[in-house]
Design a protein around this ligand. Sequence first.
Ligand SMILES: O=C(O)CCC(=O)C(=O)O
Ligand SMILES: [Fe+2]
Length: 232
Amino acid sequence: MKPNKLNIDIEMNVEDWWVECFKNSECDRQLQKKLRWTTLGYHHNWDTKVYTEQNKSLFPLDLAELSDILAKYLGYSNFKAEAAIVNYYHMNSTLSAHTDHSEVNLEAPLFSFSFGQSAIFLIGGQDKSLEPSAILIKSGDIVVMSKKARLCYHAVPKILPSAESPWEETEISNVSSNSISSFKYISQPEEFVGTMNENIDNEKWNRFRNYIQESRINMNVRQVLNENQNSI
Ligand SMILES: O=C(O)CCC(=O)C(=O)O
Ligand SMILES: [Fe+2]
């Protein structure tokens, strides 16, 4: 079984979406644009909004590691990444106003990592009476929704072309496993670093560059369970 769930799984059987997009020598732009979301860990159920033990995969270790580093840095020492929605936006995509309240634990913060093109992010109050504030989210920005903001209405009404391309910065291009001191979730840092370095080789990177030049990727990471809870 594939660990992650994609919106396109509902209408077609694709083993690996990215590989499938480049199956022929040309990039299949139509298929590429079809991907709108992926769910990781406890899979968000779009209809019932209820997480279950039956609809759950291993949370990706690299995103767990990143979330853990951020959580520790911000002082949330008990945060555990257990579910994520990855949103893929094209230049004309929007996300309508909603609150995220499916998690059992609504006290834990929600971490939102953004890459690629910029977005106007609107955040209002816990009901729709409060006029929202607008924030420009750029590539590399992290939005932390904690305390009251955790349950506030928010939306993405507009994707804007990014003025800069931080994903092109070459000085971060060569990661060495020596620079990694200790990992909590990733047990084989050499392998992890090897994959990262492989992915920045020219042909692979070019494909990603073409995609991200016209897309925004947002990884929305949540803790689902309460601190002493082991399952739903
Ligand atoms: O794309 C974003 O910045 C927000 C996504 C979001 O609100 C969500 O996935 O619940
Ligand atoms: Fe949200």
